[in-house]
Structures are given as structure tokens and as C-alpha cells.
Design a protein around this ligand. Structure first.
Ligand code: HEC
Length: 123
């Protein structure tokens, strides 16, 4: 083995160690990124909370800011607890939420409900 082959080998080993190390830290290979609120909502919540989060199926409760306020849950702590533990007929989704994602989705919901759910989903 000549000298330059050795240094390639060395670099490869270092590279592998970095990958292995980062996968231990993040729980999944090369994806230490959190999902953002919109992605979490689309992935988990949007099937029931349809029409941009306004309505839980026609006629039932909604994620309108006024509704959340009326029920005393118009804050990040309450919404993240609902996301984790559920409420009434809704089950909790803590198994599907990564670490910290309960707060991210809660913040995103509060923000969008305050803006009247004016966001456009691009799908
Ligand atoms: C399988 C359907 C379903 C999914 C998925 C779902 N929900 Fe719900 N959600 C409901 C139902 C049904 C209610 C009303 C529960 C009740 O009061 O009995 C509700 C209620 C809520 C409420 C309270 C609304 C209010 O005005 O009282 C919040 C907040 C909420 N969901 C957030 C979320 C979040 C965040 C997610 C995603 C992590 C999510 N939901 C996923 C069905 C769902």
C-alpha cells in the first residue's frame, strides 16, 4: 500500500466514524433536522384537522383561535399536551412526534390560528 492509498483509507475511516457518531446522536442516519410545523401537521394532524386546520370534520370543534381561547387552550403548553396526550375523542400522538416536535407543532398551530389559517398548503 503506497502513501496516498493510506491517507485515503484514513479519511474513509474518519468519515465513517463521523456518520456513525451523528446517527447515534440524532437517532436516524444523517437526519438530525426537526420537521417544521407545517410538515408535522401534514404528516400527522391534517387527516382529521382538514381545511387548513379550521375544522375537525364538518360541524365539530375547530382550531380557530376563538375556539381555542374559549376552551382555554390557546397556548403552546396546552396544545403540545393535546398533541402528546390527546383530548376527548382524539388520541395522543406522542409516539409519532420526535423530541421537541410537540412544541414546534403547538407553536405553529397557535401562530396560524392567530392569522386566521390564511396559509396555503402547496399540495
Ligand atoms: C384521528 C383524527 C385526529 C388526528 C390525526 C388529530 N386530531 Fe386533533 N382532534 C380530533 C378530534 C376528533 C378532536 C375533538 C376531540 C373532542 O373534543 O372530543 C380533536 C381536537 C383537537 C384540539 C382541540 C380543539 C378544540 O378547539 O377544542 C387540538 C388543539 C388538536 N386536536 C390538535 C391536534 C394536533 C396538534 C394533531 C397532530 C399532532 C391532531 N390534533 C391530530 C381528531 C384528530
Amino acid at each position: 500500500m503506497n502513501k496516498s492509498n493510506k491517507s485515503y483509507l484514513f479519511l474513509t475511516v474518519i468519515f465513517c466514524l463521523v456518520i456513525i457518531y451523528s446517527s447515534f446522536n440524532s437517532g436516524s442516519l444523517l437526519s438530525s433536522e426537526y420537521r417544521d410545523g407545517e410538515t408535522i401537521f401534514k404528516n400527522i394532524c391534517a387527516t382529521c384537522h382538514v381545511r387548513h386546520g379550521k375544522v375537525i370534520q364538518e360541524g365539530l370543534k375547530s382550531l380557530r383561535f376563538s375556539d381555542l381561547e374559549e376552551r382555554g387552550i390557546a397556548n403552546i403548553n396546552a396544545i403540545s399536551e393535546i398533541a402528546n396526550e390527546g383530548i376527548g375523542y382524539m388520541k395522543g400522538y406522542k409516539n409519532k412526534l420526535g423530541e421537541g416536535e410537540d412544541k414546534i407543532i403547538a407553536e405553529w398551530i397557535i401562530e396560524n390560528s392567530k392569522r386566521g389559517w390564511d396559509i396555503q398548503f402547496n399540495k
